[in-house]
Design a protein around this ligand. Structure first.
Ligand code: NAD
Ligand code: ZN
Length: 360
């Protein structure tokens, strides 16, 4: 047995309004006047002076607005990297990602690809990155994915949806300011928040569970219950706590693994472009055989918050399309092994997965 030796985010700034300190955090990191800070910002903040006016741009610093309507692609990472190289006199001093999981993952991937040759797709997998990334900062504006703390950046490439998992992927600095999440639309708050809830359930019921993952998982799960089920927190408290739940949920899966909802949701996302948070919810809703308690509370929270999930997504799919989704889901072997143990192939068949997808 060999134990994982994994990195964690070395510096964290936490607190309501802590985003105000962004310029102080960055200043000592400037390598030269020709080496810019590049801010990758969710384009939902375009024209938002409340946020943007606090970023002091100097010299060749740039803001690049990016839409989070679609999940990050390897080709998109390559294009951003090329644009940065073409327009910068020197290699950037820092890449700063401001947004949800989409922007955080893009910032991580861009910072890696600025110091590593080839294309982003070449690094999808485990421990393929050779050179340390550029100093990179993550500033979440929506809570739940755990992307702010994780060792991966999930990308859709030409052949697969798979993360760049490496010791160089985690952020060098994270700023957790829950005030930045105040305008997240209700449905999106639920979907991304449920990503955290599902991380906890999948980690805590998995065969890979250990004391490290369990303590973080329990902490995050209790916070999720307070936020989504007990409903007696002030708005500010709920935002602060969800930010910490996301962090702890991410820590929990760092040393265990996710499970069936994630495996099947990757299939939906690959074929139909369904985003991670809502995709997990769509799948999880049908997993009562595997996660009875978790799904029952999920259904309760869903109805308490009047969330309506889309239905009939797979109604008109061809057999070939079902096969694509099933292939993607089943290729994620560690997720199944975590959920069901070493002999998962005895319980999970293609027919079973097809029957589940047909319900969605
Ligand atoms: P997201 O980044 O996709 O954003 C969802 C929506 O919320 C977008 O429309 C965005 O514009 C909007 N939004 C974000 N912040 C807002 C704010 N403050 N006010 C108003 N609107 C706001 O959402 P997400 O669920 O955080 O991220 C999903 C992505 O994260 C997927 O690409 C998934 O693959 C990835 N992910 C990564 C990891 C990891 O460990 N790296 C883990 C889980 C998920
Ligand atoms: Zn997730």
């Amino acid at each position: 047995m060999s134990y994982k030796n994994f990195p964690m985010v070395p510096k964290v700034l936490f607190g309501r309004g802590s985003f105000n300190q962004i310029n102080d955090v960055l200043a000592p990191k400037r390598l030269s006047i020709n080496s810019p800070f590049i801010f990758l910002i969710d384009d939902v903040f375009k024209g938002n002076t409340w946020l943007l006016s606090r970023i002091a741009l100097a010299y060749d610093d740039r803001v690049i607005f990016i839409s989070a309507n679609e999940e990050p692609k390897t080709s998109q990472v390559d294009n951003i990297v090329e644009d940065i190289i073409l327009k910068s006199k020197e290699r950037p001093s820092a890449i700063i990602g401001i947004g949800g999981g989409t922007l955080l993952d893009l910032a991580k991937a861009v910072s890696i690809m600025l110091t590593n040759d080839g294309e982003a797709k070449d690094y999808q997998g485990w421990d393929l990155v050779k050179n340390p990334a550029i100093y990179h900062v993550g500033i979440p504006t929506i809570s739940g994915t755990g992307a702010e703390v994780s060792r991966t950046t999930v990308l859709t490439g030409p052949d697969r949806k798979l993360g760049i998992n490496s010791d160089y992927t985690p952020f060098d600095q994270v700023i957790l300011d829950s005030e930045l999440t105040k305008d997240v639309p209700k449905d999106q708050w639920f979907f991304t928040g449920m990503d955290c809830y599902v991380h906890c359930i999948e980690s805590l019921t998995g065969t890979y569970l250990n004391a490290f993952s369990e303590t973080y998982g329990n902490m995050a799960l209790n916070l999720c219950k307070e936020i989504f089920s007990e409903n007696n927190l002030s708005e500010v408290d709920a935002q602060e706590k969800l930010m910490m739940a996301s962090w702890h949920g991410g820590m929990s899966i760092a040393y265990s693994q996710v499970g069936i909802a994630h495996a099947m949701s990757y299939g939906l996302s690959y074929l139909l472009g369904i985003k991670h948070g809502i995709g997990n919810c769509i799948v999880f809703d049908y997993l009562e055989d595997y996660y009875p308690e978790g799904v029952s509370l999920f259904k309760k929270m869903k109805s308490e918050h009047n969330i309506i999930l889309p239905k009939g997504l797979c109604a008109d799919l061809s057999d070939r399309e079902f096969d694509i989704m099933i292939d993607v889901a089943m290729s994620l072997e560690p997720l199944w092994e975590n959920a069901l143990g070493k002999y998962w192939k005895k319980t999970i068949t293609r027919e079973k997965l097809k029957a589940l997808y047909q319900k969605m």
